[in-house]
Design a protein around this ligand. Structure first.
Ligand SMILES: [Mg+2]
Length: 173
């Protein structure tokens, strides 16, 4: 039951993962969730942390690509300000739309890694699409209202994975 929610690795935050990890796994695209993975859902423009993260990836030939369930202007404005491509309203936890949008963007799933703060959406969709995935902790306390419901499932799943030793630090991968 928990297999679909089990990430390949865990990181406290997307920003602590070193370039060597991506190189070791042949990663060319980092597919990142937006809200509470890169920035708070309240943040309209990318924080300095995110800007330097994107630059570091770029210097190493890796594309940052935002994957969000959020619709409308939020994702578009944020991604444009950061200067990255994105896919919004991808319908996580499912994979069908996600796979289609990544195909349209000509992204090779085999050389991509998905990074996000929720087991029930980010990790589940990545596993269903057979994309390598990393679970992070959320970067700020507050979630947007629609996420509160997901957390009811996310919290016990995390506890379970931790107990079973299935949250493996990225440094051990
Ligand atoms: Mg999120």
């Amino acid at each position: 039951m928990c297999k679909v929610y089990t990430p390949y690795a865990h990181a406290k935050s997307i920003f602590e993962i070193e370039i060597d990890f991506y190189k070791k796994h042949g990663i060319k695209t980092v597919l990142s969730d937006l809200d509470n993975t890169l920035d708070s859902y309240k943040t309209k423009t990318p924080s300095a942390n995110v800007v330097s993260f994107k630059q570091l990836l770029e210097e190493n030939g890796i594309e940052l690509f935002i994957i969000s369930n959020n619709t409308g202007k939020r994702v578009q404005e944020y991604a444009n300000a950061l200067g990255v491509r994105y896919a919004s309203a991808v319908g996580k936890p499912f994979a069908r739309k996600l796979i289609r949008k990544l195909k349209e963007a000509q992204i090779d799933l085999k050389t991509a890694v998905m990074i996000g703060d929720q087991t029930v959406t980010d990790i589940a969709s990545a596993n269903r699409a057979r994309i390598l995935c990393i679970l992070t902790d959320k970067i700020v306390k507050e979630d947007q209202p629609t996420t509160h419901f997901n957390r009811l499932f996310d919290r016990p799943i995390r506890r379970h994975l931790k107990r079973k030793g299935k949250l493996i630090d990225w440094r051990e991968r």
